[in-house]
Design a binder for this molecule. Structure first.
Ligand SMILES: Nc1ncnc2c1ncn2[C@@H]1O[C@H](COP(=O)(O)OP(=O)(O)OP(=O)(O)O)[C@@H](O)[C@H]1O
Ligand SMILES: [Mg+2]
Length: 264
C-alpha cells in the first residue's frame, strides 16, 4: 500500500515585496506528533501557518495534507479538510460568551453572521438536530478544557490565560486532525504555561490530534515536542529531536543574535 505522509511542506516560498519571508522551506509532520517550529522574531513562523491555512498564497511549493494539495484552497476549505488553528494575537469575539465563541468554531467558515442564523435554523428539524449536535460537542469541549466557570461569561471579562484556552477550544470545536498553535503560551504566567503544556499533551494523547506548535518558550518546547524545526530568515537551520535542535550551534547563534552587528 502506498501510504502518503500525513503532512508535508515541500520547497515553500512566500515573499512580501523583496523580502523572502519563507524561503525553500521543507519539512514533514507525522501523524500524532507534537512538532514545534522555533526561530527568532520575524523568522517566518507565522507566515508558514498563514500559508498552511490559506490566508497567504505562496509563490512556489506544495503543502500536502494526507496526500491532498492545500495550496489554492480557501481557508474554509482547509478547515473543512481538518486543519484548525489558533492565532498569535487572540482572534476571539470579546463581547460574546465562552460558549458562543467555541460554538463559532463549529462553523467551518468562522463567520459571526452564522450565529444569527442559529435561532432561525431551529425552525427546521434537521437543522435543529444538527444544532443540538453542535451544542453537545461544545459542552464536551468546555468540559474537556475545564472551562465550566467561564462558560457564560463574556470573553473580555476572563483572565488572559482563560482567553487563550477559549481560543484553543474554538479550534478544537472543528474536530480537526491537525491543530496549528501559534504561540499558545505567550503572555501566560508560569502556572498557566504548565497548564497549557498539559492541555496540549492531552489533545494529542486523548483526542489523537496532531499538533504543530510555534513557541518561543524553550522550556516548553523542550518538554512537549517530539521533533523541532528551527528556522531563520524563512529557511531551515536544522530539524530533529529537542536535544539535537536546542544544542545546535546555529540555533544558539540565531537566538543570541551573534550574527548581528554589535551596534544593533
Ligand atoms: N502580511 C505581510 N506583509 C508584509 N510583510 C509581512 C507580512 N506578514 C509577515 N511579514 C514579514 O515576514 C517576516 C516573517 O514574519 P512572521 O510573522 O512570519 O515572523 P514570525 O517568525 O512569526 O515572528 P514572531 O516570532 O515575531 O511572531 C517578517 O519580516 C514580517 O515583517
Ligand atoms: Mg509569529
Amino acid at each position: 500500500m502506498n501510504k502518503h505522509t500525513f503532512f508535508e511542506v515541500v520547497q515553500l516560498n512566500k515573499s512580501f515585496g523583496g523580502l523572502k519571508a519563507v524561503n525553500q522551506l521543507h519539512f514533514d509532520v507525522k501523524e500524532k506528533e507534537i512538532f514545534s517550529i522555533i526561530g527568532p522574531n520575524g523568522a517566518g513562523k507565522s507566515t508558514v501557518f498563514n500559508c498552511i491555512n490559506g490566508l497567504y498564497q505562496p509563490e512556489e511549493g506544495q503543502i500536502k495534507f494526507k496526500g491532498e494539495e492545500l495550496i489554492g484552497k480557501r481557508p474554509d476549505q482547509i478547515a473543512q479538510a481538518g486543519i484548525a488553528r489558533t492565532f498569535q494575537n487572540l482572534e476571539l469575539f470579546a463581547h460574546m460568551t465562552t460558549l458562543d465563541n467555541i460554538l463559532l468554531g463549529r462553523h467551518k467558515s468562522m463567520k459571526a453572521s452564522i450565529l444569527a442564523t442559529v435561532g432561525l435554523s431551529f425552525k427546521r428539524s434537521k437543522a435543529a438536530k444538527e444544532e443540538l449536535e453542535h451544542r453537545r460537542k461544545v459542552e464536551e469541549i468546555i468540559d474537556f478544557l475545564e472551562l465550566e466557570a467561564a462558560r457564560d461569561q463574556f470573553v473580555s471579562n476572563l483572565p488572559y490565560g482563560k482567553q487563550k484556552l477559549v481560543e484553543l477550544g474554538r479550534a478544537l470545536a472543528l474536530e480537526p486532525d491537525l491543530l496549528l498553535l501559534d504561540e499558545p503560551a505567550a503572555g501566560l504566567t508560569q502556572e498557566e504555561r504548565e497548564d497549557m503544556i498539559f492541555w496540549i499533551k492531552d489533545i494529542r494523547d486523548l483526542l489523537g490530534i496532531t499538533v504543530i506548535l510555534i513557541e518561543h518558550n524553550m522550556q516548553m518546547v523542550q518538554n512537549i515536542s517530539d521533533r523541532i524545526l528551527a528556522i531563520n530568515f524563512g529557511t531551515q537551520i536544522t530539524i530533529g529531536t529537542p536535544e539535537e535542535v536546542l544544542n545546535h550551534p546555529e540555533v544558539i547563534k540565531a537566538y543570541l543574535g551573534e550574527d548581528l552587528p554589535s551596534t544593533l
